[in-house]
Design a protein around this ligand. Structure first.
Ligand code: F6R
Length: 262
């Protein structure tokens, strides 16, 4: 066990291994070790990847591990969760650009084996269907990395009345557009739609690592692990998955009451 990491389990969700880490640095290292172990066990792994601030430390750690020869991504391929629409991949706000800068350029993964939904596709609905087919043709996702929104969203799967299963086009909510405006020159520049893996695409992954840090995520983590499974908390579906790691810091764990030290 890495230092500053405590392992927990509970009777209800034996399939979920919860690691509570001292801080963001410790959780980034722990999550990176899970990804590296996956790739070292199966060099031709298919990874599902996320953008956002949560995985940035883990990606830095993976770059370090790769440069020192502890993990080799040369046979790995990857599929990202989501992308804005419409957006060009060269736009510095695109998730493709983010992945290139924060991970792909720093490791030895062949760039043509990395996949991010095409935010500039002429037919975005076809792109969504093609994306699920491509994931299936690659043999499915071995390990999916997830962040989580303060409202329990995963990918761009926001709280709804039913789980949306396949990769699909999303009309972004006004709140999300406002929240994302901080990254753009003006709110009018924020794309109004996105393409996202669906809950079914995510759930089909063989294993999943969810990472979260900070107080702002504590309620979402509590609802994900302790509320009844329901589409108003999209991440709660993970309670039904067979192989989930939840790697969080003490602040994100601060509202949990059901988990006990292993
Ligand atoms: C990113 C993604 C989102 C983020 C979530 C948390 O590809 O799909 O669901 O994981 O919004 O974002 P951060 O990590 O920035 O708090």
């Amino acid at each position: 066990m890495a230092s500053g990491v405590k392992a927990y389990s509970n009777g209800k969700n034996k399939n979920i291994r919860l690691y509570v880490c001292k801080d963001y640095e410790a959780l980034s290292k722990k999550a990176a070790l899970i990804v590296a172990a996956q790739v070292n066990t199966k060099p031709e792994s298919v990874l599902g990847l996320a953008t956002g601030s949560s995985p940035v430390g883990m990606y830095k750690e993976l770059i370090k591990l790769c440069k020192e020869g502890s993990v080799d991504f040369s046979k790995v391929c990857s599929y990202n969760l989501d992308e804005y629409f419409p957006i060009e991949p060269t736009n510095d706000q695109s998730y493709r650009y983010f992945m290139n800068e924060n991970l792909f350029y720093g490791i030895n993964i062949p760039l043509d084996c990395t996949h991010v939904p095409k935010g500039n596709a002429a037919d975005i609905k076809k792109e969504a269907a093609d994306y699920d087919r491509a994931v299936a043709n690659a043999g499915g996702i071995d390990l999916q990395v997830l962040g989580i929104g303060g409202n329990g969203h995963i990918g761009f799967n926001e709280p709804t009345d039913t789980f949306i299963l396949p990769t699909h086009v999303v009309d972004l909510k006004e709140d999300t557009i406002k929240a994302n405006a901080r990254f753009f020159a003006s709110i009018d520049d924020v794309p109004k739609r996105a393409i996202s893996m669906g809950i079914g695409t995510i759930f089909a992954a063989h294993s999943i690592v969810l990472i979260a840090s900070g107080k702002a995520k504590a309620k979402a983590i509590k609802d994900t692990l302790e509320a009844n499974v329901n589409p108003q908390v999209p991440a709660s579906i993970l309670q039904l998955h067979q192989n989930v790691y939840v790697v969080i810091d003490e602040e994100a764990a601060s509202l949990l009451n059901e988990y006990k030290p292993e």
